[in-house]
Design a protein. Sequence first.
Length: 610
Amino acid sequence: MMTPVSLKIRMPIYFLCTSLFSVFLCRSFFHFAASDVLLDKSYAVLLIVTYGVMYQLPAMLSYVLLKKWRSLALFTAVVLSVIAHLFVFFDSHLYDLYGFHINGFVWNLLTTRGGIDSLGADQTNALLVVGYVSALVAVHFLAIQLSRRLSATYIPVGSLIIVLLLATLVERGIYGYSNATLYGPVLNRTDAIPLYQKFTMNGLLDRLGLDVIKRSKIQVAESSAGIVYPRKPIVLEKRDKPFNIIMLVSESMRWDLLTAEIMPNMERFSRQAWHFKQHYSGGNGTRQGLFSLFYGLPGNHWDGFLRDQKGPVFFDVLNDYGYQYFIYTSAKFTYPELDKTIFSGFAQDQLIENNTGEPWQRDEANTSQLIRDIQTRDPSKPFFGFAFYESTHARYSFPESSALRPDYLKALDYAGLSREDLAQYIPGMKARYENAAHGVDVQLQRVVASLQQSGDIENTLIIITGDHGEEFMERGRWGHNSAFTDWQVRTPMIVSMPNSTARSIEQRTSHMDVCSTVLTRLGVSNDVKDYSLGVDLGSPLEHRNIIVSSWTDIGLINDFGKLVIPFKSTTQHENLATDMDDKPVSGSQLAVKMQSIIFQTLSDIGRYKK
């Protein structure tokens, strides 16, 4: 019979063995080769060790709590230890394949009939799982046997706990410092660890005199360990006469503003161009929308590209052609951090901010300057023009001459406003929104008219769209950044393509399609998926699956409906599954219908992560 003393000595050996095996498994979450910097490698070791042991804590705690019942304590500890190993194994493979950790959504999908088949599981996969489980059983059997043989061996449990606590404190400190300085290589590694608990100490470091970096001051990271973009070097077969490009993007401009009443100039222009009637932004916020527009990738990649200060292939190609740049915003390039992502390759004096006066006044001034830039440019070189219009952002700014709807709300006090109170103000706020869009329409027409008068329109690609939409309680929300309703993610899209005829396109299209459409016409011969998940706007697909994103989620929009996939531990969405009219439906049933689409989408998104 086992004595209490022998049992006490045996279990530390068993847990030491299982913890070492857990640490061994955790190495799969990332590779040391991703960085040669000592700090990065040291942090990786600390992460693997501390979290490898942490995943075994439930087994250890159960043993301590049930120690009074020795057999039950041993059995429970072994079972929980095995479960923890299985969790690490399957989660690491899931993350490697799709960039997701196990969460409630993934678990539900995998346990639904057909879910495993959607992963492409075959006989080899089954044998691999059986082989792993067999190896796991062998490891625990050997650990138990070893603990019995070495039952008299002294294990300095107290010293090991102290070492583990010190390692944890150092790991916490490195993360806290990296978070304060936004040091990308360390922050990228934490994304790979399931259940990682973030720790901030910006206030303390600020008081100690450290220059804590705000997002608008982020410094260039030394490594691009988190992303692989483009996947292959870009091959460019240059055109003799590349077209000029103008992108005119309006804040929060949703698709149904493009009417003969609200935006008569652009409605008329859309009938002379390609008019996309079911067009979606890449997300429900400015970051995600503009990211998808320029990179051709889902907006959930924003954080990784921000950390690594990686600009889009789009501008690499334009630089090869020697484009002239005229880039304006009526907001800021530092918030959101466009100067550290999309325009990271530009000098500060090339990014012109105008944030003086009312938004409609800024929009008007920027339009005037953009037109002057185009008229006084070097005609021997192609040009790229960009203007970001702010008038259509809440509080919705417009001159009295654009007051199409006189019943607009004159003022609104946001303090203490509830959803119930908001309902009574919505009609007046939407009137402001439409008035603002009416004013922006005038500015957009000024650019188009100038190009028509000069003849430049014949060789200029014009793109007119919104960064995302804006909801006015159509589905219970106001504004954006909160749901994937059409009101928040559908935008107008007008494309005036040189040497093409007018078209009205009913198929679903995406902001992600712009990058591939432009670059293929400029001579990029790569497979599009080397740098984008978009398709050519000139050949829109039937039954298209659209990817949208927010801070915490990815949304899939297709013939079956809309499904929200949380990629962080929390979600901001009230309804994870809706039909195409944004009305709630059964999430489990919709997930079954979309199984193959879901895993293909996750696989595609993961293409650009190391």
